[in-house]
Design a protein around this ligand. Structure first.
Ligand code: CA
Length: 524
């Protein structure tokens, strides 16, 4: 009797959770395919139209052409791990606990959108770069790169332990993603997070892309030799410049690790004659920076070419399997990147190049083809968007907002007009001082506050799109500064960061007056 009662209770619950026609419902619930890159910046994608015209990305552009291109998808802490944690949880770093790449480990017990999708009946998979320290949770299947991962023949980690792989990392991640799609449980809708390592430093190209530009010279950014006049010490005293920080591995004066003998032979056939010419030229000063910029662009953009080819393979698969119509395809990156602007590579800053991620979304019939959106959106919106697409309630602690109305061409009247930003990790790597700020369509108010600076800056993108001037002390901006201070105070309360961050938020390195190799030499 007890058994029957239990069965009846279970059946009654099942009837609520899975109403009649469940198969039909499962078949029509949209799939979510999230293609995610590492350090991929808008300037490298032809759909975003950088005036240098650095690269053609026809497959990525196809997503934009067939869906919506977001012009200002902004990150809240421009660095790899924190962005990934914010995407999964829909929360800022100070609430999900992942502040920096130095000493943080993701707490996988938290509520994440993959867990909620999995619980609701989605088949879930995470393939490629994870970079959160702990093992993935909320996935039926995962196959990830350990840490940063290697470009060549990268070891991978699955639930069953470490496995070998052969070939170029972008191709490996794409092959695994397509294998999972082919062999997935087809009775369920799917969530696939296909996450590329590329084009992360050290920007090692695939062999097939060596010399892709035929030694054509890339246009330089206007600010390649920014002298930081009138700016905070926080900006000028960096360690991420092409003039000072570019290592031999960055310059490909030494090859990347883990190549086979045959791969290394092909690699050297391209780089060695060029490296010999470089060494013989004994370049100095601006000539050296210019050479490094050209080498950097060849390598970084070659990595993006491989990503673009992978996107093409995935798009072809969706077409062939007739999955395109019922799949929300989202393409993005964990932040932007500097391609020589201000003389920099890397990210971290609230400045536009690293603040902005590419974001493209295609869902035929639901998102108009060729649509553009200029609203301020953020990676913290992704969790709630994916849950909304699946017809699920978001978790009440999530801090973003579903992008689905925007995708349908409807901007809610109370859509955000400003975004809170906070970067923590200091001093290594790259000696970018912690800063907090507020971003609007036009302005940024920034406070560089540790350890040896207490500087405010006001950036005005309308007057100064290159972001090379500080208007904070300009009398013409008195009212603007006042308004933005009030907005920053308001946002701190809204996002619940009113207390000082814990010491550990800044990483493991020396700090707060402790003497060390990165101890700043004083204000200029
Ligand atoms: Ca990154």
């Amino acid at each position: 009797m007890k058994q029957i009662t239990t069965y009846c209770a279970v059946a009654a619950i099942m009837a609520i959770v899975q109403p009649s026609g469940v198969d039909a419902q499962e078949a029509t619930r949209p799939n979510i395919l999230f293609i995610f890159c590492d350090d991929l910046t808008c300037q490298s994608l032809s759909c975003y139209g950088d005036n240098r015209h650095l690269l053609d990305t026809p497959n990525i552009d196809r997503i934009a052409r067939e869906g919506m291109q977001f012009d200002r998808c902004l990150v809240t802490n421009s660095i790899c791990g924190p962005s990934r944690a914010s995407i999964l949880t829909g929360k800022y770093s100070h609430l999900n606990g992942f502040y920096n790449n130095s000493n943080c480990r993701f707490d996988g017990d938290q509520v994440t959108f993959p867990k909620l999708l999995q619980k609701s009946g989605y088949a879930t998979a995470m393939i490629g770069k994870w970079h959160l320290g702990s093992d993935p949770t909320g996935f039926d299947y995962w196959n990830i790169l350990p840490g940063q991962g290697l470009y060549y023949n990268p070891p991978m980690i699955t639930k069953d332990g470490r496995v070998k792989s052969d070939g170029y990392v972008t191709d490996v991640v794409t092959d695994l993603s397509l294998d999972w799609l082919r062999n997935r449980d087809k009775s369920k809708p799917f969530l696939l997070m296909s996450q590329q390592k590329a084009p992360h430093r050290e920007w090692a190209p695939a062999l097939r892309h060596l010399g892709w530009n035929k030694d054509h010279q890339f246009a330089e950014p206007e600010t390649l030799f920014d002298d930081f006049t009138g700016r905070s010490l926080a900006i000028s005293d960096h360690d991420m410049g092409l003039d000072r920080t570019f290592a031999d591995l960055d310059a490909k004066l030494v090859p990347p690790s883990n190549m086979t003998e045959d791969q290394l032979t092909q690699w050297n056939a391209y780089y060695e004659p060029r490296n010999l010419a470089f060494r013989n030229a004994n370049l100095q000063g601006r000539d050296l920076v210019r050479w490094r910029y050209q080498r950097y662009m060849h390598d970084y953009l070659a990595c993006v070419k491989a990503v673009d080819e992978s996107v093409g393979r995935i798009l072809d698969f969706l077409d062939k399997e007739k999955l395109a119509d019922n799949t929300l395809l989202v393409f993005s990156s964990d932040q932007g990147f500097f391609l020589g602007e201000h003389g920099w590579f890397d990210k971290r800053w609230i400045l536009e190049e690293s603040l902005r991620s590419p974001l493209l979304a295609r869902w035929p019939g639901r998102i108009a083809a060729g649509a553009k959106n200029k609203n301020i959106v953020s990676l913290i919106d992704f969790a709630e968007t994916f849950l909304d697409v699946a017809g699920l309630q978001s978790d009440s602690e999530m801090q973003g907002r579903s992008l689905l109305p925007l995708c349908k061409g409807e901007t809610p009247s109370d859509w955000r007009k400003s975004l809170y930003y906070h970067y923590y990790e200091f001093p290594v790597p790259h000696r970018v001082r912690p800063h907090v700020g507020v971003i609007t369509d036009r302005y940024k108010l920034v406070h560089y506050y540790k350890p040896d600076v207490d500087d405010w800056e006001l950036l005005d993108r309308e007057k100064d799109p290159l972001e090379i001037r500080n208007f904070y002390a300009d009398p013409a901006y008195v009212d603007t500064v006042k308004e933005l201070h009030a907005e920053l105070d308001h946002l701190k309360i809204e996002v619940q960061e009113t207390a000082e961050p814990p010491r550990s938020a800044y990483g493991n390195a020396l700090f707060d007056g402790e003497p060390g190799p990165d101890k700043p030499k004083g204000r200029k």
